[in-house]
Write a protein that binds this ligand. Structure first.
Ligand code: ME8
Length: 549
């Protein structure tokens, strides 16, 4: 999404989540971020020009084992868990365009077509494999990569025990593409990796290691739960090789060339930093081997941690999104995740931090601004936002015979707020190019808090008492203007709340309209309109320690 990569269509993806257990905060974080970006891009390019893909990763040893532990057949098990992801996305307002499951026939066909294409291009071969396998990460490791502790061999990534494997497998050639990949990542033209630290991490890995060829199969006598290899009756596909292909199988690889051309290459793969290497090393090389372009951007965000450790089901330190949503609402949850941690950095989840943000940013700053504005419309202007005439106010403020210092100040502060609002769309655009969600929200809140200060400084209740109605009009119209821009700016982050503010302000047109056109928000600072009665958006919450975890 650098200037160069902006086109009139936008394809974004999330990882496909393993269905060995129910979704937790971490999974919801990636999908909320992707959803926000998708909504934002739809405002700019139009609904039909954005394709937002998510889904579930359903093969492999880990899922096979989980199904066995649950006493269920794998297919029955994955159907059940995949549905819990879908349900959560509905609950969290995730507006995906497509949900792909790796057990679907369209995916299976594409994976087999990829195998055949690679064989045709001479990129795969069969050989004996001996090494280590980490089931929780579904990752192969060499002798030198695992480490020992208390007589056990452990995975270098997740520090859990690995198992010894000796078997015949298929491999994808990697090392001859290493130089090409280093060059491509360095140039950052066709493939941008963000944040910068992650890009450096990948380059460091590529520059200090000779790439091993990637094992892409598992023998059927060890594992049946996989996509059959079209080259061998005795093998199924290695789960990571199968999973990565979803990004092209969902847009018609091997069956619909026109559709594939429409969407591929993806504009951004949003992932967590745990799966950076698979996406930034194996995936581009696989695509290059197929003769396809690489994704334009890979953004690897940070982790939600608890007690200093990554939140994950196997570590038993996860927070259930549904529990928080039931208590505090979907939009507060979406807001917290995207505001609390800068996208790319780790974040610490705690109930205290959640409640603090809720009460401060949502209840006090935004909720009160709306409440005070609507109440004043009700009290002083019979439930209407007063329309505003700049000329009258100009005259009043600068009347030389009778200078009105208060009017002057109110008019000047209005101009500051108007300028902030009118610059906001450009600022947001710039920040969204780097997926800087938290910084976007900080910009919006800067204007919200300036508007709250405007109320204090202008003391509208005193203006009313003194009969200064032109000034009062100016203040209230300005506040409503700020709120209209705020509603639109926060809508991709908080779709329900954005809409709620918008309709309470009496706005009739759809909120889903492009505000990223110069001058498109200026009219909000002139027009009036009938508002609804104030109803609190975010009732304050009293902290009850230790409830969430
Ligand atoms: O890796 N904090 O699936 P997965 C932030 N199937 N994000 C987190 C997180 C945390 N504590 N925990 C998980 C897989 N995530 C493969 C992917 S893609 C072709 C195949 C999020 O179920 C984050 O996006 O383990 C991370 O990359 C993803 O969930 C891993 O999900």
């Amino acid at each position: 999404m650098t200037n160069k990569t902006i086109t009139k269509r936008f394809y974004l993806t999330t990882p496909l989540y393993y269905v060995n257990s129910r979704p937790h905060i971490g999974h919801s974080y990636t999908n909320i971020a992707a959803d926000t970006l998708a909504r934002f891009m739809r405002l700019r390019y139009g609904k039909d020009h954005v394709h937002f893909l998510t889904g579930t990763d359903e093969h492999g040893q880990k899922i096979d084992k989980a199904a066995q532990a649950a006493g269920m057949a794998p297919q029955e098990f994955v159907d059940k868990i995949s549905a819990t992801f879908k349900d959560l996305w509905t609950k969290l307002d995730i507006s995906y365009d497509d949900f792909i499951r790796t057990t679907e026939p369209r995916h299976v066909k594409a994976v087999q077509a990829v195998w055949k294409e690679l064989e045709k291009r001479g990129r795969v071969y069969k050989a004996g494999y001996s090494g280590w396998y980490c089931t929780p990460d579904e990752t192969f490791w060499t002798e030198g990569q695992v480490f020992q502790e208390n007589g056990k061999n452990l995975c270098p990534e997740c520090k859990r025990p690995v198992e010894r494997i000796e078997e015949e497998n298929y491999f994808l050639k990697m090392s001859d593409k290493q130089e090409w990949l280093i060059r491509t990542i360095r140039e950052a033209k066709d493939l941008v990796i963000l944040p910068e630290t992650r890009r450096n991490e990948v380059l460091g890995f590529l520059e200090n290691n000779v790439l091993q060829d990637l094992c892409i199969s598992r023998p059927k006598n060890r594992l049946l739960w996989g996509i059959p290899s079209p080259l061998s009756d005795a093998h199924v596909t290695y789960v990571w090789f199968d999973a990565l292909i979803n990004y092209i199988s969902a847009v018609g690889y091997g069956v619909d060339e026109k559709l594939q051309k429409k969407w591929w290459p993806a504009d951004v793969h949003i992932i967590g930093k745990d799966i950076l290497r698979h996406h930034a090393v194996y995936w581009p090389i696989l695509l290059e081997a197929l003769g396809l372009p690489t994704p334009k951007m890979i953004f690897a965000h940070g982790w939600w941690v608890q007690g200093g450790e990554k939140m994950s089901k196997s570590r038993g330190n996860v927070v259930d999104p549904l529990e928080i949503v039931d208590r505090f609402g979907v939009d507060a949850y979406r807001y917290f995740l995207l505001r609390e941690a800068s996208f790319g950095q780790d974040g610490t989840f705690s109930e205290e931090a959640f409640i603090l943000r809720y009460n401060t940013d949502l209840a006090n700053d935004l909720g009160n601004l709306l409440n005070r504005t609507l109440t004043m419309c009700e009290k002083y202007f019979e439930g209407e936002i007063p329309a505003f005439n700049p000329e009258k106010m100009q005259k009043l403020s600068y009347d030389e015979a009778n200078p009105d210092e208060i009017a002057k100040l109110i008019f000047k502060n209005r101009a500051t707020l108007e300028a902030m609002a009118s610059n906001l769309p450009d600022k947001i655009l710039e920040l969204m190019r780097r997926l800087a969600f938290s910084e976007v929200l900080a910009e919006v809140w800067a204007i919200v808090s300036e508007a709250n200060k405007y109320i204090e400084r202008s003391a509208p209740w005193a203006l009313a008492k003194q009969g200064k109605f032109e000034e009062l009009r100016c203040v209230i119209n300005t506040l409503a203007g700020v709120l209209k821009v705020t509603a639109r700016a926060v809508w991709p982050f908080m779709p329900t709340i954005g809409k709620e503010i918008w309709t309470q302000l009496g706005m009739k047109e759809s909120i889903e309209k492009n505000i990223f056109i110069k001058g498109s928000v200026d009219e909000y600072f002139l027009t009036g309109g009938v508002v609804s009665k104030a109803a609190p958006l975010f009732p304050r919450i009293e902290s009850k320690k230790g409830d969430l975890t």
